[in-house]
Ligand binder design. Structure first.
Ligand SMILES: NC(=O)c1ccc[n+]([C@@H]2O[C@H](COP(=O)([O-])OP(=O)(O)OC[C@H]3O[C@@H](n4cnc5c(N)ncnc54)[C@H](O)[C@@H]3O)[C@@H](O)[C@H]2O)c1
Length: 461
């Protein structure tokens, strides 16, 4: 058979990888996700094959993800970055030059279609870190080209497109990890799974709280000589350089701060409450930034109902004060967990009363008592440090996680590509979070309580 027949190709490992039919032919079900024949074979050999990776979008976050994969001394083993795509030469050239130290033959593309069509790259996986409105187009093109995709949050600024992403992942059998990286953060995994859900050290949790506050700031700029031409901007769907750089503030390209920042933390609410929300009410406004379209300050309350009863969570995102930074708190009968991606802002459990099995779990290492000095100076309650104990597997430097908070999520993705893990944030979870988060903007606009139906969180063909 001609390798290119019907769009099917044989990769260098000799597996069919291109079409939906090909993926489906070698697919098995694993935790609701399909794995390709190549993945299962890798699993059985246990080999750390190189994974050939391409990336679309190498702005601020694309570069953070690359650093998280490649940082000297802490890199994810077995990754080979083969291609970079970005419409903006300024970012593209900087990144390509940097990546030449790892692969002198790295290829550079302006149009992602050319990258995906280049069979000499023999890509296995794609990272998508373009603005939200492009995620669906880029991620679906990647999956349809036979690649597993790590796609940044917000999954999409359109639920219709987010749904298509889920369906494309199912149809092609390709993995689609959404970039809610707290889902793989070992401190979050320990805090949510072990402390809140398993040991129930907080007892029944009825309140959640989250905030992401940022001080006032100017719009993002660009070096004048690096501006895209008017023709190029128009070709790629932007009207001005300012909107191209500050896309997250505009209806066509992003969802504003509640989506940009809130999605990370509202995602944790559903994880902790083991359910999607029943309703949301919200208030917000364009209080400060005249040039923007989306609300700069938003407050909202979600209601949840699970097998323990009702729970409520308040979330606020403010871009006119950085007061309190960003963190989440979960308040239960026996105490409160305060946690943040930045351990400085949240990394402890505030104990109010002993849970019935308190000592048992402390003895098991679920919590580590900090020095009496810290306990006395910071709070009248006993403060317990959850940073290091018990350390989630294979993360030897928990303190350094602060500098590479995206790495565990990428690690999880590449381990799943190798058939050695299940995704921590597959397309279905990304979709559920998008349903909850995008609704906040609608609640602000309508000034009405939005009631969710269970089916709204499900994706059916
Ligand atoms: N997980 C996180 O913590 C986190 C943090 C920041 C951003 N993000 C997400 O990462 C994504 C990128 O955000 P950012 O802050 O890097 O934005 P950015 O504007 O800095 O970078 C976007 C890049 O995409 C490029 N681009 C735009 N249109 C393109 C196209 N058609 N084809 C190829 N490249 C194109 C731009 O030139 C730019 O280099 C967003 O979805 C954002 O929500 C996630």
């Amino acid at each position: 058979m001609d390798k290119k027949d019907k769009g099917v190709r044989m990769d260098r490992r000799g597996f069919l990888t291109r079409t939906a039919a090909a993926a489906g032919a070698g697919a098995i079900l694993a935790g609701g996700l399909k794995q390709t024949k190549a993945q299962t074979t890798r699993k059985s050999t246990g080999k750390l094959d190189d994974i050939n990776v391409g990336i679309i979008g190498v702005g601020a976050q694309g570069q953070v993800l690359l650093d998280s994969c490649l940082k000297a001394g802490q890199s994810i083993p077995g990754l080979r970055f083969k291609a970079v795509c970005d419409i903006w030469a300024f970012n593209r050239n900087q990144v390509v030059n940097k990546l030449k130290q790892y692969n002198k033959d790295i290829k550079s593309f302006v149009d992602y279609k050319d990258m995906l069509a280049d069979e000499t790259l023999d890509l296995d996986a794609l990272i998508v870190a373009t603005p939200d409105w492009l995620h669906a187009e880029h991620a679906m093109a990647g999956m349809n080209a036979g690649l597993h995709v790590y796609c940044e949050k917000e999954m999409s600024n359109s639920l219709e497109l987010a749904k298509k992403m889920v369906l494309t992942s199912r149809k092609t059998g390709k993995l689609l990890q959404i970039g809610h990286q707290r889902r793989s953060n070992p401190r979050y995994l320990h805090a949510v799974n072990n402390i809140v859900l398993d040991s129930k050290l907080l007892g029944r949790v009825m309140q959640g709280y989250g905030q992401w506050n940022r001080a006032v700031s100017d719009d993002i700029g660009w070096p004048a000589k690096e501006a895209l031409s008017a023709a190029d901007l128009a070709k790629y769907g932007y009207d001005t350089m300012s909107r191209f750089r500050n896309w997250r503030w505009y209806y066509d390209f992003g969802g504003g701060p509640i989506v940009d920042l809130g999605s990370h933390q509202i995602d944790i609410f559903s994880w902790i409450f083991k359910s999607n929300p029943k309703s949301v009410i919200a208030s917000g406004g364009k209080d400060y930034y005249d040039a923007h379209e989306w609300y700069d300050n938003v407050m909202c309350i979600f209601e949840y109902e699970n097998d323990e009863g009702m729970a409520r969570a308040f979330y606020q995102v403010q871009t006119t004060t950085r007061h309190g930074g960003f963190h989440e708190a979960f308040m239960g009968e026996y105490g409160t967990l305060v946690i943040s991606e930045v351990p400085r802002d949240g990394n402890w459990l505030e104990k109010e009363i002993n849970s019935p099995d308190w000592n048992k779990w402390v003895k098991k290492g679920y919590l580590k008592e900090v020095s009496t000095k810290m306990a006395k100076t910071k709070t009248s309650n006993v403060m317990l440090d959850v940073r290091v104990s018990p350390a989630p597997p294979k993360w030897p430097l928990p303190i350094e996680l602060g500098t590479l908070p995206h790495q565990p999520h990428l690690h999880n993705f590449f381990n799943a590509v190798r058939g050695k893990a299940k995704l921590n944030c597959p397309a279905e979870i990304g979709y559920e979070t998008a349903v909850a988060v995008l609704a906040v903007n609608n609640a602000v606009k309508s000034q009405k309580k939005i009631e969710f139906k269970k089916e709204e969180f499900e994706v059916h063909a």
